[in-house]
Design a protein around this ligand. Structure first.
Ligand SMILES: Cc1ncc(COP(=O)(O)O)c(C=O)c1O
Length: 342
């Protein structure tokens, strides 16, 4: 096999030469003592971007989400989220295992969130029921095909949360993509949530790192919870420097990834396998009506040097990112078109 085109996910990117240079020259200190100037600068920068008081650097998006959930939901109480949300699908039971959090889900609708449905699920404090303490939404929605929740829907979610006195968290691993796709300022999203988790290692191309964003009080508590979970890091400015570089150089270019995803969507659409409209860098495939199932399609693509993700027996996914060229996208489109004709 010659060159491999990896469209499994956008976490497979490698640091660019410019990013490596920024990492090499980063000033560092012991961040558990609050003495790493590059981490402190990154945290201040991200807090300001989202219009919040503070932010906390965490090793992963999963840890950032789980710390945020523990901020809002005491053990035994309840989180509401989409049935396909990352927090209940891919975080290996962490909310229950680490936070004792009870999760209840609305049917998987990806970015087509209906605030009235969510409002109807909220349970108040009382003697017999599990009280709802927080709602989590995902922007963009990973299993929802990179869909973008519209700003008016999120505003309504904020009202619902306020009306019922519950917290609203955003799993914003790819909120940058929503910002680029819909032109909503990051602070326009930030103001709607009590906390957000945002990732530097997905589309932005940093090797590691996520941040929890919120009030100074919440982030002080988050710092404690991060330490408890073993996420206190030392001279981690080398990684924060990669994140700062990514924020400075890799946000605007996400528009290229969206164009590349649209190009792939165009190639697969005639085969009737596009699961939903492609808005960002994720192309979701629904193979329920196609002779090939997801494993067969992935095997056929792999034989030609193209890697794709299998999410279920008849569900597959392509993700564009920093490390795929236009020529590779053209090649991937041809491989998929040929495989889907078979
Ligand atoms: C929507 C979403 N949230 C959270 C995460 C978790 O990130 P990490 O892999 O850094 O734990 C991911 C990872 O792909 C994701 O897609």
């Amino acid at each position: 096999m010659g060159e491999v085109i990896d469209l499994r996910t956008d976490t497979v990117t490698r640091p660019t030469p410019g990013m490596r240079e920024a990492m090499a020259v980063a000033e560092v200190g012991d961040d558990v003592y609050g003495e790493d100037p590059t981490v402190t600068a990154l945290e201040a920068e991200v807090a300001a971007l989202f219009g919040h008081e503070a932010a906390l650097f965490a090793p992963s998006g999963s840890m950032a989400n789980q710390i945020a959930l523990q901020l809002h939901v005491p053990a035994g109480d309840e989180l509401l989220c989409d049935a396909d949300a990352h927090v209940v699908t891919y975080e290996v039971g962490a909310a229950a295992a680490y936070g004792g959090i009870s999760s209840r889900t609305w049917p998987a609708v990806g970015a087509d969130l209906d605030p009235d449905v969510v409002a109807g699920m909220i349970r108040p404090d009382g003697y017999f029921a599990v009280p709802t303490r927080a709602i989590a939404v995902e922007q963009t929605h990973n299993r929802g095909g990179g869909g973008v929740i519209p700003l008016p829907t999120l505003r309504r979610m904020r009202e619902v949360a306020d009306e019922h006195g519950v917290a609203l968290h955003c799993d914003g691993a790819r909120i940058w993509h929503a910002h680029v796709a819909d032109g909503v300022p990051l602070a326009g999203y930030g103001v709607l949530f009590d906390t957000l988790s945002v990732c530097l290692s997905k589309g932005l191309g940093a090797p590691v790192g996520s941040l929890i964003v919120g009030s100074a009080e919440k982030i002080a508590r988050a710092r404690f919870l991060r330490k408890r979970m073993g996420g206190g890091m030392r001279q981690v400015g080398v990684l924060a420097a990669a994140g700062r570089y990514a924020l400075a150089h890799h946000v605007g270019r996400l528009a290229d990834d969206h164009v590349k995803a649209a190009r792939l969507a165009e190639a697969v659409a005639p085969h009737g396998v596009l699961a939903s409209v492609v808005r960002t860098n994720i192309v979701p495939l629904d193979l329920t009506k196609h002779p090939l199932d997801a494993h067969a399609l992935a095997a056929a693509a792999r034989a030609e040097g193209l890697l794709i993700s299998v999410l279920g027996p008849r569900t597959a996914r392509l993700v564009t990112h920093l490390d795929v060229t236009d020529a590779q996208i053209d090649r991937a489109a041809t491989i998929l078109d040929t495989a889907l004709r078979a």
